[in-house]
Design a protein around this ligand. Sequence first.
Ligand code: ISE
Length: 361
Amino acid sequence: MQNATLGIGVIGIGNMGADHVKTITTAVSGAEVRAIADIDLGRAETIASGVPGARTLSSAENLIRAPKVDAVIIASNDAVHAQYVVATIAAGKPVLCEKPLAPTVTECESILRAEQAAGLRLVQVGFMRRFDPGYVELRNKIASGVIGAPLLAHCAHRNFRVRDSWRPQATIISSAVHEIDVMPWLFGREVVAVDWLSPIPADSGKLPDPQIVILHLEGDALVLAEILMRSRYGYEIRCEVVGEKGTVELAPAPRTVLRTELKASQDVPPDWRDRFAEAYRLELQSWVNAIFRWRSGKAESSPVDGPDAWDGYRAAVIADAVITSMSRGGRVAVESTPLPELYLRSRAAAASTDGRETSKT
Ligand code: ISE
């Protein structure tokens, strides 16, 4: 690291990349954005011009190699995630890759191989819900045993709208992938099979809206996830977990209720950047803190604090099974894969110190 401030390079400056630049610049301590790369050079320059000390680099590869870049955020098109993640691992730098880690299982496997060859977990995946205070509380409540063993979850994942170019598979890889990641984490159980249902066949040429994704978890638990891509009223995420002796549910996200002129109302956000703003901030701050701890040689052997490449790979395996169910119908089994030594060690260490640091450095 050049000095006490961590230098971050951001690849891909669409909505999510720009949002990360803003959050790091205004709400994360110990880090600054020093380089930005995007195929749209004009947009990259516009964003960089608003960030003191940041400049645009001509390619993602140059950004990854740049000496002033200590750690990399990948928020580019999903199709190039794997190639940039592998290049960042080769450079020995920590990387936070937006979800999905990569759209295919094969690409995720290439990332796992690269990390294992490096002998170090360098990759964190942007499953930000694991940092959302509501989801964290949900998980703690389930773990406390207050609702008894969790039996079932009802989820709703509603996008305000999506572009006409969205294919049915994208709804799983880009949207349902969050339930696919977060539900096993909440329940502490693996997914063993999946089902996909929609009144609109995936090969009809229309977006299958609505869909139900069913995750069968170990121990006979079920997750029913409604995936709706065009709610037309806003972005909303719901989750209620039913246990043997009670239920626990995410509270509606808005913090206020407005009462005026004989009406009470709450805002519905247009998208995930609003809804999960605090989760993104905590995710980035935890990642930066973990990199500092790793650099200082403290306990952790890795600059990752949150979902790692193995979690990204498992999500891709499960998403792939959902897409198979979508195309051929019926239940599809999800094979369990033996956890490689590198990931086994980190899970054992996390189990002994469960709880996440969210304070500033
Ligand atoms: C979007 O790409 C995201 O990343 C959001 O987190 C997700 O909720 C949404 O459905 C996706 O379209």
